[in-house]
Write a protein of this length. Structure first.
Length: 720
């Protein structure tokens, strides 16, 4: 894989997130409303505290996982992608717009899939009618299929056809093929019109989508100086009033082509013009931004204007809570992994080593990347004084690879104060400005795991004589008690890299929402202040957790409106609430809720539960989503079983065990390799799964057939 392609995957994905954020505040606005209310657009409209999840980024990330989950590689089928939709999307909340069957195209296709209508029929015109099938979603979720096929628009279009047909048909599918091909071709061609022409050869020449693209290209050639005249031409002849449904693909591709052509190869002009045209702005700007990000690379994306407000953070709203806190390098590296898999190549260094250690490591190898590293001081500044600092990606020093994060304080630090440089490992409603697409989270770090980081203070990092020594500690922060759990201090020597590791102790009833390093001074000069510069590299956590999740310590997190979640848990479906120090989950048909890390491997989880009503009560292990997990189950007729959820629960092993509602049980499920063992009340069963075993995943609880269960605590320990 060429180095320039690796960096363009990152710049394309980064640009996609920038485009979504730029278009989100005025989504659905008309051109006229934007003109009257906002005038000329140039940059972001809203200063989001933290930008919440968006369907336009959820879809590309999670549908792509079908390639790996199915094992089918480039031959991934529409039904493989359909299963990814069922696996990663919560049931009728979050992820995308749940507007109702026959109204929201994605909602319609999701329910079709749930009820046994397989893809591609699930999204077809034959099943859903042209109005629903030809809405915009076929192209807005498609960017990743272009990004994993650099320079190969034919394969990008082939794979995008499968992906888009899960939810769409007709022009809705052609749009997905076209946009994916544009993105793939942008790796090897920087002329917009040539990219468009190549991509048009991969969809039917006589389809309405291709006709619309050519109409806008022809208008541009006749009127190359006036994008507003082009918009009015589109509005008057091909506007929303000419096409049925909430958000038809044809008017929106028209303004996307307008933006690409009249933007004349400039990143800012392309996305600003597209945004000022109105209609489905976050979708349209996101797609054109991806194309421009691939063509131009990161150097064309203004850092302070576009990148700094995003700061590499990406919030998602799948049903896998630890995957909902991502950074943009995480997604780019996953796409690189898939791209190399499709080409039959090894992932090149240093990215291979990063994947071997931890895909979500803060490695800083992408130009300008920051991994959303933040900083604060302790004790906190008083009054209205905020701690001021500066971070930047740097090639000046690196522990591994070529880059690291350069950190400098701007506020002066007293010798008695500590500087905390960290990454958030959990988010709550108070961290956000709104509740876009209802994100919910599980932490990304847990007690028992091991933290790693490398720190270097350069010779100019602080003035000699201001302190006797500089020490660093790895730490995590417990949100529930507002306390720190720290490693022993390690002395930092100027000009030398120091590698720190810290195994977080086994803890009970905590919620770890920060992981990082704190830097402290040791000095007798109590009246002296200093500025500090240091380099940070390779921050990550790994290993098996060792902790107790005490539900009496958890709380409701109110986002406003109808969005309430419960700390550390993500709900797939069902009625979930806290009462009497326990988490309650009940259902009419089925209910599930998850916590823990998506990449946990061998472990045991002991659940203290009280079945309340019904006869199907499950505790889960190796949860990879809504249709991929194992469970230990209390079943009808006094049965205890190990189940496998593979697009529906199937019994792998079972035995007799007398149980009744209203009594407390400890159910323990252990996973080691492909062996699954379950225990309850002295009864033990075990099974070897030799049919595509799930080898990693999180934990949770589930139930079916109108059951209700209370969860008191979960004890997670290493297994083997």
């Amino acid at each position: 894989m060429k180095k320039e392609y690796i960096e363009k995957i990152y710049s394309g994905w980064l640009a996609k997130i920038i485009g979504i954020r730029a278009g989100a505040p005025n989504e659905g606005w008309t051109y006229e409303k934007i003109q009257q209310a906002l005038g000329v657009l140039d940059g972001y409209l809203a200063p989001y505290k933290t930008f919440a999840a968006d369907d336009d980024s959820n879809g590309p990330l999670f549908f792509l996982r079908a390639v790996e989950d199915s094992g089918n590689g480039e031959n991934v089928t529409a039904q493989d992608v359909g299963k990814a939709l069922l696996n990663y999307a919560p049931f009728e909340h979050g992820f995308f717009w749940w507007g109702g069957y026959g109204i929201s195209t994605e909602h319609t296709a999701y329910l079709n899939l749930r009820n046994g209508i397989e893809a591609p029929r699930s999204g077809s015109i034959e099943q859903n009618g042209a109005a629903a099938a030809e809405q915009i979603g076929g192209q807005i979720f498609i960017d990743s299929w272009g990004l994993v096929n650099p320079g190969n628009p034919e394969r990008a279009a082939k794979m995008a056809e499968k992906a888009a047909s899960v939810t769409h048909g007709g022009n809705g599918v052609y749009g997905g093929m076209f946009i994916a091909a544009c993105i793939a071709q942008a790796f090897v061609e920087n002329d917009i019109e040539k990219i468009i022409e190549k991509s048009l050869t991969l969809i039917p020449e006589d389809c309405e989508y291709a006709r619309m693209v050519r109409i806008v290209v022809d208008y541009y050639h006749a009127h190359p100086e006036d994008w507003r005249a082009c918009y009015h031409f589109i509005h008057d002849n091909y506007g929303y009033d000419k096409y049925p449904g909430a958000c038809h693909i044809i008017p929106n591709i028209a303004v996307m082509i307008l933006g690409l052509l009249y933007g004349r190869g400039d990143f800012d002009d392309t996305i600003n013009i597209t945004n000022m045209c109105g209609w489905d702005t976050d979708c349209n700007v996101g797609n054109v931004a991806t194309i421009m990000g691939v063509i131009l690379g990161t150097e064309a994306i203004d850092y302070n204007k576009w990148r700094k407000p995003v700061d590499d953070l990406l919030i998602c709203s799948s049903c896998v809570g630890s995957l909902n806190i991502q950074d943009i390098p995480f997604g780019a590296l996953y796409m690189l992994k898939i791209a190399c898999m499709l080409n039959g190549e090894e992932v090149p260094e240093p990215y291979r080593s990063i994947l071997d250690k931890k895909i979500d490591m803060c490695h800083f190898e992408y130009p300008g990347s920051t991994h959303h590293i933040m900083a604060r001081q302790w004790p906190a500044a008083s009054g209205n004084q905020d701690f001021q600092y500066h971070t930047e990606n740097s090639t000046e020093a690196a522990r591994t690879g070529e880059r690291s994060l350069k950190f400098s304080t701007i506020s002066r630090i007293a010798p008695a104060e500590k500087v905390f440089i960290y990454k958030k490992s959990y988010y709550q409603a108070s961290d956000f400005s709104d509740s876009r697409y209802d994100p919910e989270f599980s932490p990304t770090v847990y007690p028992g795991q091991t933290l790693h980081v490398s720190v270097m203070v350069p010779e100019y990092g602080y003035s000699d004589g201001f302190m006797d020594a500089l020490v660093a500690r790895l730490y995590v922060h417990d949100e529930h008690t507002d306390t720190l759990i720290e490693s022993d201090p390690v002395k930092i020597t100027k000009g030398e890299w120091t590698d720190l590791t810290f195994r977080i102790p086994s803890l009970e009833g905590v919620l770890l929402d920060e992981m990082g390093v704190n830097i402290d001074t040791v000095s007798e000069h109590r009246n002296r202040f200093l500025s500090l510069t240091c380099f940070i590299d390779d921050l990550y956590a790994d290993g098996t957790p060792d902790y107790t999740l005490d539900l009496s310590k958890e709380k409701a997190d109110y986002w406003g409106g109808l969005h309430t979640n419960y700390t550390q848990f993500v709900k797939l479906k069902g009625l979930m609430y806290l009462a009497d120090g326990m988490l309650n989950l009940s259902c009419a048909d089925f209910a599930e809720a998850y916590t823990g890390g998506y990449d946990w491997k061998d472990y045991s989880a002991a659940y203290t539960v009280i079945p309340v009503t019904g006869s199907h009560h499950y505790v889960n292990a190796r949860v990879q989503g809504a249709i991929r997990s194992y469970a230990a189950a209390l079943l009808p007729d006094n049965r205890f079983a190990i189940l496998k959820n593979d697009f529906g629960y199937q019994t792998l092993a079972s035995c007799d065990f007398t149980w009744e509602n209203g009594k407390e049980y400890e159910i323990r499920i252990m996973v080691k390799g492909n062996e699954i063992t379950a225990e309850v009340g002295g009864t033990r069963i075990s099974v070897i799964d030799e049919d595509h075993a799930y080898l990693q995943g999180s934990i949770g609880i589930a139930m079916e057939h109108g059951s209700h269960m209370k969860l008191k605590k979960i004890v997670v320990k290493p297994e083997g």
